[in-house]
Structures are given as C-alpha cells and as structure tokens.
Design a protein around this ligand. Structure first.
Ligand code: ATP
Ligand code: MG
Length: 140
C-alpha cells in the first residue's frame, strides 16, 4: 500500500464550461484527496516549460496555446497509488478511446481539449508538483 501524490490540472476547456466541481467530485469519489489546489492562468512561457517533454511533437504549439487560453486549476492529489489511480479516473488521452464513466469520456471536447492532466509516473509527479507548489502550500 503506497500512499502517493500526483499533480492534476483541470484544463481551460473545463474551467470555461464551469466543470471544476464535477471533476473534483469524480476525483474525490475515486478515493483521491485534494490536498492542495489553486486556480491560475499560465502564460505561454509557463505552458511551454510545463510541456517541454513534448516540444518536438507536432501538437506542441497548439497545446501551449490551448493551455494558456484560460485559467486552469492545479491540484495535488493524494491516495493509494495516486498516479495510476488518477490516470484511471481520467481515461485515455483521446476521449473517443476513453472508457465510459471516466472524466475524459464524460467531459473532454477532443484529444487536445481533454479537460484534465495527470502525472504519468511518481518521478514526474514530484517534478510537476514542485513546478506549481511550494512545500508550505501542501498541508500534510
Ligand atoms: P496529460 O499529459 O495532459 O495528462 P496524457 O499523458 O494523456 O495527457 P500526453 O501524450 O502526455 O497525454 O499529451 C499531453 C497533452 O497533449 C494531452 O493531454 C493533450 O492535451 C495533448 N495532445 C496529445 N496528443 C495530441 C494530439 N495527437 N493532438 C492534439 N493534442 C494532443
Ligand atoms: Mg502526459
């Protein structure tokens, strides 16, 4: 039983449609605990830095533009196997392929505007949490 933390982002397509509460209910309903959360607007440089791993992918420019197009809610989720659990609750990147009942199947607009981000490994989770939060913003 590993209690982990992971970084979640409610993306601009979801904040625009006022879905923060419904997405948080889905996260909490899956057993994950929101231990830190803030609503911020990323500028292009911050979105570029966050998604730098994708800098050579054809969708990078569009992704950066989308992620800086409106406010996002960044969150630290905690729970048993939080990284994998959150990826399960989110569903596949492409909402057409996401299992029914997952956040992306329920809410995503398309493969880019897919409503949520979740770290894909414990190592990336630690780096992504540190990207957005300082230690005193995450109460134990
Ligand atoms: P995330 O990292 O946001 O949790 P993911 O791990 O499911 O999503 P990645 O492959 O890391 O998917 O891609 C990062 C993000 O880039 C996706 O969530 C989506 O917003 C966008 N993206 C991925 N593939 C495409 C694509 N083929 N066309 C447009 N946008 C894409
Ligand atoms: Mg990813």
């Amino acid at each position: 039983m590993a209690i982990e933390r992971t970084l979640s982002i409610i993306k601009p397509d979801a904040t625009r449609r006022n879905l923060t509460g419904q997405i948080n209910a889905a996260l909490e309903g899956s057993g994950l605990r929101i231990v830190a959360q803030k609503r911020v607007r990323l500028n292009a440089a911050q979105a570029e830095a966050f998604y730098v791993v994708h800098k050579d992918r054809p969708f990078y420019r569009g992704l950066v533009e989308f992620m800086s197009s409106g406010p996002v809610v960044v969150q630290v989720l905690e729970g048993e196997n939080a990284v994998a659990r959150n990826r399960e609750v989110m569903g596949a990147t492409d909402p057409k392929k996401a299992a029914s009942g997952t956040i992306r199947a329920r809410f995503a607009e398309d493969i880019e505007a897919n409503s949520v981000h979740g770290s894909d490994s414990a190592e990336n989770a630690a780096a992504e949490i540190a990207f957005f939060f300082s230690a005193f913003e995450i109460p134990g």
